[in-house]
Structure formats: structure tokens, C-alpha cells
Design a protein around this ligand. Sequence first.
Ligand code: ATP
Ligand code: MG
Ligand code: MG
Length: 377
Amino acid sequence: MSIPTTSKQTLGIIAGRLAIPTLVLDPDPHCPAKQVSVPPPGTAHVDAVYGSNAAQGVSRLAAQCTVITPEIEHIDADALQGHGNVQPAPETIRLVQDKFVQKKHLKARGVPVCDAVGVDTREQAERAVDALGLPLMLKRRAGAYDGRGNFVLRELRQLDGALAALGATTDGEFGLYAERWAPFVKEVAVMVVRDVHGETRSYDPAETVQRENICRLVLAPLRAADADVARARAVAEDAVCAFAGAGVFGVELFLLDGGAVVVNEIAPRVHNGGHWTEAGCATSQFENHVRAVLGRPLGSTAMVARCAAMVNLIGGDWDFDNAVDIAMGVKGASVHVYGKTWRAGRKLGHVNVVADSDAELRARLRPILLAIDDPDV
Ligand code: ATP
Ligand code: MG
Ligand code: MG
């Protein structure tokens, strides 16, 4: 098995616990995932790029393993084609990596999504404002993450600045799309796992809290009316049916006033909004992903803690080591450090916290959030 990865070692650690050898493709020979996955004799991790021109690296990888599972969608999907057992399917990766194509694909299958129109010229951008109203979300179709390809357009006079910020310089080739604003009351993430035999299970919907487009905090279970929670889960499971292949799919949703649920986007991989399952559920998203792509029995997705949360450790104006030490001292907390170089705004680790009640959970979260200077205590 192989995992092109930039950050997460957890799949390698979990596979190791199940005595499943893992090879990693990444340009960095010392990337965190390679440090925790020891290649079996006669095999070697692959030091190669995966974003584009990945054909050579993928071939070297495929020659050494039986299953390939990408851990990031911003990869050379063409290079994965024709390499036997790739999970999820390369066409799924290709479909989701263009977020506008993904949206049209979901809409055509009856999955609720925000209205969206393609924007390749300035004139189309103006027409999008007429059609969708303001505010609207201008998004890059490809390559975006942590909101780095998004711009909230509140007034028409911001348009030129927005286009410049999104790198849309050549009229006719903007590569953007505009999305109707979703006035959500909560953002929700549902992890859905489907194995190679088609068996599907989902985890409890969780609330995700984003600031400046980056996920800061995840709280499970979702505090909402039972019917809304059930609807979020059903819509997420439905959405995943639109894509081929096995593994975990992270489904991001907006819960609107009145209970309607809209899909924001789908990640064909383990997802930040599901890291809490490591501490909160019988079988984590990581372990179920490994089992799913290998055709092994899926584990229970049930919660084993009454309440769970995940705090992202995102590089900021606070002392990282001190925050890690404080989190280590909190009852019910487990700390994950990715071993990445510090950079402002970069996800460097996360802390999972479990508790027996919502009040206890919040009390346990407080010192951690204070240590990372998070105002949302
Ligand atoms: P990720 O790191 O999750 O892949 P991304 O760069 O693909 O992020 P999106 O998920 O499209 O970006 O958007 C990031 C955040 O921006 C969302 O979580 C949400 O808070 C906000 N957002 C996105 N689309 C809309 C919308 N149509 N209406 C309102 N808010 C939105
Ligand atoms: Mg995204
Ligand atoms: Mg997103």
C-alpha cells in the first residue's frame, strides 16, 4: 500500500499496528509519514513529486505495492490511471479536484449544493453577481485548500481586487467559479467510509468551526435537532454514492436556518473534520480507511465517548511547545504533533479531547484554547 502524503503519519501508524507494510510517495525523503512507516525488505519509499508530472514516481510505487491510496486530492490523477488497485478510483480524484465540476456532478445526481456558475472572464464575473446576488463566494476551481482560493465578494467594486487576489489575470482563462452565499447556522462534517465491497458506514455528524476559512475546532456530536442531524448524515451518505471507489470520504455541509442541508465539498480521503474519531469512536476514520481500501472488515463507527472535540494547532503568535505541554496535562486529551516545520497559518498538529458532558468538554478545552490564543473559548 502507498500513501502520497504531505502531513499525516497516522495512516502509516495504523497500518503498522495491523502489520500492513506501507510505502510513501513524497518528494521529501524525511517527511513525517516516511519516518513512521518502515518499508519491508526489498522495497523503498519513493522520493518523487505527486502534484503534477507524477507518472514516474507513481510507476515506481505501483511496482512495489498492491493498493495505492492517495491522501490528498491535489495530485496528478492521470498518473494514477492504469495502475491496478487505486482507491478511491482515479476518476473520483479527477472529479473532485475541480470543485466546479464536483458541484455540477453532485447537482446532476440530486445532491443539494449551492448554485454555482463558471467564471473565466470579467464579464462572466459581473453576470454571476447579477445571477447570484451579493455577497457571493468567488472560488478557484482547482488547487485550493484552507480557503486559500476563496474570496468573499461583498460589493461589486471589490471585483478587480478579488480577481487579482485569486490570480485571475488572463481574461478567458480565470479558472474560477462563483457560488451563491450560504447563510449557514452551522458547518458540519460527516465522515463516510465505503469498502471495496460497497459496504458503507458513516460517523456521527460533527460541527466544524472555521475562522478565516481554516478549520479551528470540531465538536461531536452535532448539537442540533435530531431531524437535522439525521438529514446531514443522509445527505452525506447520498453524496458519497456519486463517487466511485473505496475509502473514507469527508463530506463538508452547511446546515441552514430551518434545517435544510447543503453540501459544500467532498474530500475523497480522511479529513480534518474527522480527526476526533481517533479518540471519540470505536474505530477511527484512519483505521477504517485502511481496512476499507484493503477489503478487510470495517470497524464500528459508533461513538465511545459522550462528547468529543478536536482543536487544530495552527502556527500562530503563541508558544507551540508550551501549548503542547498544556494540552498534555489536560484530562481526556490526546496530542498529535505532525513534525512539520513551523509556519504561520500551517496545521502543525491537533489535540483530541473527550468528556462525559458538553460542560466538561468545554472546561477541558478552555486551557488548550487559551494556550493557542484562541478567542473562541
Ligand atoms: P478545505 O481546506 O476545506 O479544502 P477550501 O479551500 O476547499 O477548504 P471551501 O471548503 O470551499 O474552501 O471553503 C472554506 C470555508 O469558506 C467554508 O468552510 C465556509 O466557512 C466558507 N464558505 C465556502 N463556501 C461558502 C458559501 N457558498 N457561502 C458561505 N460560506 C462559504
Ligand atoms: Mg477543499
Ligand atoms: Mg472545505
